[in-house]
Design a protein around this ligand. Sequence first.
Ligand code: HEC
Length: 135
Amino acid sequence: MNRLHRFIGAAVVVAAVLFAPGARAEKPKLNPALVSEGRIAYQAHCADCHGQGGRGDGAACEALQARARNFALETFSKGRKPAEVFETVTVGMDKVMPSFTELTEEQRWGVSYYVLILRASGRNERAAMAAARSE
Ligand code: HEC
């Protein structure tokens, strides 16, 4: 095999891995546009169950067997790295949370980052209230 053939062979293998159906989506860097897209998707698709602030107090949840997660206070049993949340959003959870493959990949990344931002801000608020109480 000459060098050109080897190069073409390698390029085909790389393309097959990158574009294979179900190949792992590349995580985009956190940026304000992505977060704003995530916030819009969250309000449209998640807040009914998880609540606007992510406290697990959305109205739709009352009809469910399981309560939706309070992102600030409860554990993410499937992991809380952005890629793990992305996976949860993509496949759904325990028959009580639907999968969101109708959202674009970018919307799913945005919503995953947005959930982690809600988590951090909920935790900060709790810490701030504890600090204020002890003043
Ligand atoms: C129909 C109600 C419902 C909707 C809509 C919904 N969820 Fe959930 N979600 C749940 C419930 C219920 C759980 C807890 C499942 C359990 O404990 O088994 C959950 C759990 C989660 C978890 C925690 C996963 C873990 O690792 O423990 C994340 C993150 C999450 N949802 C994100 C989202 C996002 C993002 C959206 C919108 C794209 C969304 N959910 C829409 C009901 C919902």
